[in-house]
Design a protein around this ligand. Structure first.
Ligand SMILES: [Fe+2]
Length: 369
């Protein structure tokens, strides 16, 4: 069944729509959903089950069934987070309490949030990012990071080269965990390439940028590249807006689609969100394709192979030789084998000669006599 689409204000990104009931009834192939999650990388699921007590159960169950399961941060009690326009100290695992909501603009919904990818300070950010709107409605901005990178490469190749060559210094101090502060100090590239030189991931959050440690002569070129990238990401050409309402879940390719938030002052909304790792997501796709034992993932999946290249390639099975006696192995073993054969042949000869020889039994002539 073809997905529905939601009209976008920009031609750079199209958001596909799926209905939860159709997915649950098997009317929408899971493979189609999983492909849409990656490309174009922004999907809305309508009619999600209610989450009346904001426990995150609806999102967790959906993620476990269709996406691969939510990633749990070791410092958090639950795998999901909650962001609300209201202070919600009674909600588990919420940062929306007075003491911490102003600590970062990521949680302070009255502040505008520039387009970014989540977990941009991680070595490997989560591949999928899901927002489940459990109350009210709010606006989000979206930008296709791959489209921006392609435009940058075409229009300003020198800027593209800067962002694919040098890392952007970034850092964050998270002081609201009970177990103690968590600090990041990184320099990941904004545009990351794969081994063949193709664009593999966009990893960017302007809010966490720290003073650059680039060589003096590189600095102005790099800043010009960052300015150019930022302008494209927030331009009307590439940025679009959507309204996420109660009962809808927005799932994005976090390596490609950048999201942001207009200030929500005067609006009321609660979203529950979480990430899905690349490994969990690809394993979910793998399980869907496991129709026959022959097509099951190979052992390379356990090594976290990055893509679908492992499909259908089973390691060659070597025919096992039955265990050999030690006498057959090695040069000395063969010599011993030969000597054993010689001895056996000699004994056989002796046995034969014993029955026919004159000294060991009655001869035919003697018996007649
Ligand atoms: Fe975010």
């Amino acid at each position: 069944m073809a997905p529905h689409t939601r009209s976008a204000h920009s031609s750079s990104i199209s958001t596909s729509l799926y209905r939860y009931a159709e997915l649950a009834a098997g009317l929408t192939p899971r493979g189609e959903l999983q492909r849409a999650l990656i490309d174009p990388g922004a999907t809305i699921i309508e009619g999600m089950p209610d989450d009346v007590d904001f426990s995150g159960a609806a999102l967790a169950e959906f993620a476990a069934e269709y996406l691969g399961g939510l990633q749990k941060h070791p410092r958090r009690d639950n795998a999901h987070w909650t962001i609300s326009t209201e202070e919600m100290s009674e909600v588990a695992n919420s940062n929306m309490v007075a003491a911490t909501r102003g600590a970062t603009n990521a949680y302070d919904t009255s502040k505008q949030l520039c387009n970014h990818t989540d977990q941009s300070l991680y070595g490997t950010p989560g591949l999928l990012l899901a927002f489940h709107c459990v109350r009210g409605e709010g606006n989000n901005s979206l930008t296709d990071g791959f489209a921006v990178a392609a435009a940058l490469k075409e229009r300003h190749p020198e800027h593209y080269e800067q962002l694919t060559t040098y890392g952007m210094n970034a850092g964050r101090h998270l002081g609201y965990y009970r177990s103690g502060p968590l600090c990041f100090d990184t320099a990941h590239k904004v545009l990351q390439l794969d081994a063949e030189g193709g664009l593999a991931r966009v990893q960017y959050h302007e809010s966490y940028r720290t003073p650059l440690t680039l060589p003096y002569d590189v600095f102005p070129k790099y800043m010009a590249a960052l300015d150019s990238f930022y302008a494209l990401v927030h331009s009307g050409e590439f940025q679009t807006h959507l309204t996420l309402k109660k009962g809808e879940c927005l799932v994005m390719n976090n390596w490609r689609t950048m999201h942001g938030r207009a200030g929500l002052a005067g609006k009321s909304r609660t979203i529950i969100g979480g990430t899905i790792t690349r490994e969990a997501s690809t394993r979910r796709c793998a399980r869907r394709r496991c129709k026959t034992p022959a097509s099951r993932p190979t052992r390379r999946w356990a090594c976290r192979a990055p893509d679908s290249s492992t499909w259908g390639r089973r390691p060659k099975r070597r025919r096992r030789r039955p265990p050999q006696p030690p006498s057959r192995c090695g040069v000395f073993g063969r010599r011993r084998q030969r000597s054993l054969s010689r001895r056996r042949r000699r004994r056989r000869r002796e046995r034969r000669s014993a029955w026919s020889g004159p000294h060991h039994g009655p001869s035919l002539t003697a018996a007649v006599v």
